[in-house]
Design a binder for this molecule. Structure first.
Ligand code: PLP
Length: 404
């Protein structure tokens, strides 16, 4: 099984032919198309957008607007004003928890998250619940790591104001039934907030079809640049959300006593925007669209199937999470008697990059009964040879530790 994009599209990968990069769930490598688009913006159209009366600034404004259109297309959002550029998923989720949460969550209300959340979709909700005197409830998981929707449906009440959940678990690769959870939230008038950091890079996402209220994603996990992300929301929710920060183009008029706000999307984007980041994300979206998100998902599923079979066949290895058929391209595992950090260090000696630790998901680690796992994650530039090298390196690590 070959990669579905040429390795030569990625400067870092072609400059390091021996590198086996299996950490795309942490951050993905960048195709030249993304770097070129960002560079082109700096070299040809660079100026501060919005506030200039000169042609160059108008071009920068235009680049920013076109980037938003491309990103809206990729995420299946008809109303591109509902795509807010942020610094990333963490930023997007914190904005919603702080701005929406402060305005809509009161004492005695309930905030629900699942036990498989990344800290970025757990801690902001936990903290706003503490601040507002609300009840913080953790929805249990099914054996394979998805939100248990039967329990969730029974948990919710008119007190429930928010249900925050991941599209795909960054540890287990388990895929949540997003529309089903959104429907449960809607049945009690709660806000559904989906952390799409591990969804958007790996499968076709249509915000309108998923039917959630809020969807968040990071550019750097989907071949785009670091420091850029999106907060996508239904218009009536974003329109009613108080501004999170003030200043810059989010202002309509500043009086001595009061200030009025600009319309969406500007109202939620204070300060000089990261235009190059948006341009890079748009180029990444176009690059992924040219491959086809169904092809991306199918490729990862095929690789993870082989990896799942081969890795779990090694004695003493425990693979966490769902069956290969039900997961995206993430494989978390533990190896008896070898700490995940030691494993990652040994693999690094063979130029294999995997991640080890709690993956910013300590509540999930507790539920799995471990303190850390090793995680290999796959993307468009990985092939079966990468899986082979992973398997061989794991076997070798086991031999080494058996002798020690
Ligand atoms: N949510 C999930 C599921 C993630 O995997 C990550 C990053 O690993 C985040 C949120 C946070 O993303 P970022 O650090 O880009 O804000």
């Amino acid at each position: 099984m070959s990669a579905i994009v040429p390795r030569s599209d990625f400067s870092l990968l072609s400059a390091n032919p021996a590198l086996v990069y299996l950490d795309s769930a942490a951050t993905a490598q960048k195709p030249r198309a993304v770097l070129d688009a960002m560079n082109d913006f700096y070299e040809t159209d660079y100026a501060n957008p919005h506030r200039g009366a000169y042609a160059l600034s108008a071009r920068a404004t235009e680049r920013y607007a076109r980037a938003r259109e491309a990103v809206a297309r990729f995420f299946g959002v008809r109303d591109e004003a509902c795509v807010i550029f942020t610094r990333g998923t963490t930023d997007s989720l914190n904005v919603v928890a702080a701005a929406w949460g402060r305005a809509n969550i009161g004492a005695g209300d309930e905030v629900i998250v699942t036990g498989a959340e990344h800290h970025a979709n757990f801690v902001p909700w936990q903290q706003i619940a503490i601040e507002r005197g609300a009840i913080f409830t953790i929805c249990p998981l099914t054996a394979d790591g998805r939100a248990d929707v039967e329990v969730l449906a029974a948990l919710v009440s008119e007190k429930t104001k928010v249900i925050a959940f991941n599209h795909v678990s960054n540890v287990l690769g388990a895929i949540n039934p997003v529309a089903e959870i959104a429907a449960i939230a809607r049945s009690v008038g709660a806000l559904s907030v989906c952390d799409g950091a591990q969804g958007a890079p790996h499968m076709a996402v249509s915000f309108d079809a998923l039917d959630v209220d809020i969807y968040a994603a990071s550019a750097h996990k989907m071949l785009g640049p670091m420091g850029t992300g999106v907060l996508i929301g239904r218009r009536e929710i974003l329109d009613a959300m108080p501004p999170y920060q003030t200043g810059g183009d989010m202002i309509a008029f500043v009086g001595d006593e009061q200030t009025t706000w600009n319309v969406l999307p500007h109202r939620l984007e204070a300060g000089t925007p990261n235009v190059a980041g948006a341009v890079g994300l748009a180029a990444a979206c176009d690059y992924l669209t040219a491959i086809g998100m169904d092809a991306v998902a199918a490729h990862e599923r095929a690789l993870v199937k082989v990896a799942h079979e081969r890795v779990s066949a090694i004695e003493g290895v425990r693979v966490h999470g769902p069956s290969a058929a039900e997961r995206s391209g993430v494989l978390s595992f533990t190896v008896a008697d070898i700490h995940p950090h030691d494993l990652a260090t040994l693999l690094d000696e063979r130029s294999i990059c995997i991640r080890a630790g709690h993956h910013c998901a300590q509540p999930l680690m507790r539920r799995l009964g471990v303190t850390a796992t090793a995680r290999a994650s796959f993307y468009v530039y990985n092939d079966e040879n990468d899986v082979e090298q992973l398997v061989e390196a794991l076997k070798s690590a086991k031999r080494l530790f058996a002798v020690a």
